[in-house]
Write a protein that binds this ligand. Structure first.
Ligand SMILES: [Zn+2]
Ligand SMILES: [Zn+2]
Length: 343
């Protein structure tokens, strides 16, 4: 079967591999009907994910049809349409029981698919611990509607949840790429008083303006003043930093009011400085990412009932055989791309 494979730092390629087989009784084989490209794939390509294993098939955002299940898989049946979770988790260890599935202590726990084991930019994928890693897609929900559930939308949902957003809050979201917009959609479900989105690309600001007209928008250079002017207590009550640029971590805590929650979802290419003397007395609470992707059933229900719609984010579609072109467009942010569907 055709796969898109991490060869070495800086190089992915289309490679033929044998179709995956069930290895453990908790495995399932899923025929991938649609996958997507995530910024984390680019992080692997650029060598900034040290645990990524050369030779693995990349891709960790996908939906498909269950083709084969191991003897202990009870959550899904052959022929079910499913979303695949970016995270593999056992559901039984200390961290899983506390909802911190990203820190699952299983050998394959956490982000394994498309990083440490073969992922979903391929025709088929083996999903370990499938009882936890697969969620059935409701019949009325299309593949495109469900495509982002297992990763980027799960991240948005989780980030909005841990940020403890209330209806009194001014929420600042830094970065309106795919993850930032998914966070925006999930923050909107909490009905805060104001949402400010800071984004440097004019094209992406336009996208937000067009689709979510109630959101306030600012470019990074005006962000601090804008937030000060458009908040009630000298800064944002909640800040979600998604951009991961050189100076956005600083921007995030600078725009926060005293005692705010700053949630850092971004995956940085470089270490960041936490200048405690500069922020002394601000009494901030920092929360940091990796997503705990254990709310996928709830997210699918929100999609089914029309409360979340990520389909406007899917701006481009390519067959797997043309995935290199899809990467070129996604990586260089060409042609107004937000997300690409590989079909
Ligand atoms: Zn991802
Ligand atoms: Zn676990």
């Amino acid at each position: 079967m055709l796969t898109y494979t991490y060869i070495e730092k800086g190089k992915f390629a289309l490679v033929e591999k044998p179709k995956p087989k069930i290895i453990a009784p908790t495995d399932a084989i899923v025929r991938v009907t649609m996958s997507s490209i995530c910024t984390s794939d680019l992080h692997i390509k650029h060598g900034s994910v040290p645990r990524a294993v050369p030779g693995i098939t990349v891709g960790h955002e996908m939906v498909g049809v269950v083709e084969e299940v191991g003897s202990e898989v009870t959550n899904v049946r052959l022929g079910d349409r499913v979303t695949v979770n970016v995270e593999t988790f056992c559901g039984e260890c200390f961290f899983c029981k506390n909802g911190n599935v990203n820190n699952c202590t299983d050998l394959n726990g956490g982000w394994a698919l498309g990083c440490r084991i073969d992922g979903g930019q391929a025709e088929y994928v083996r999903v370990p611990l499938a009882n936890q890693g697969l969620n059935r897609i409701p019949d009325s929900v299309s593949d495109e509607q469900a495509l982002l559930v297992g990763d980027v939308l799960a991240t948005g949902f989780w980030a909005a949840r841990i940020s403890e957003v209330t209806e009194e809050d001014t929420v600042l979201i830094i970065g309106a790429g795919p993850t930032g917009i998914c966070i925006l959609l999930c923050v909107m479900l909490k009905h805060p008083k104001r949402i400010i989105v800071c984004e440097k690309s004019e094209e992406r600001r336009r996208f937000v303006e067009e689709h979510y007209p109630d959101v306030l928008l600012t470019p990074p250079e005006d962000c601090k003043d804008f937030v000060l002017k458009n908040s009630d207590h000298g800064g944002a009550d909640r800040v979600l930093e998604v951009a991961g640029a050189d100076d956005t971590f600083r921007l995030a805590w600078e725009c926060a009011r005293p005692n705010a929650i700053v949630t850092v979802v971004a995956l940085y290419d470089q270490p960041q400085v936490l200048p405690l003397p500069d922020m002394y007395g601000k009494n901030l609470t920092f929360k940091t990412g990796g997503v705990d992707g254990c709310d996928c059933d709830e997210i699918l229900r929100l999609i089914e009932t029309g409360k979340i719609d990520t389909t406007p984010l899917i701006t481009h579609r390519f067959p797997l055989s043309e995935i290199e072109e899809a990467y070129r467009i996604f990586e260089n942010k060409l042609d107004g791309v937000i997300k690409v569907a590989i079909v």
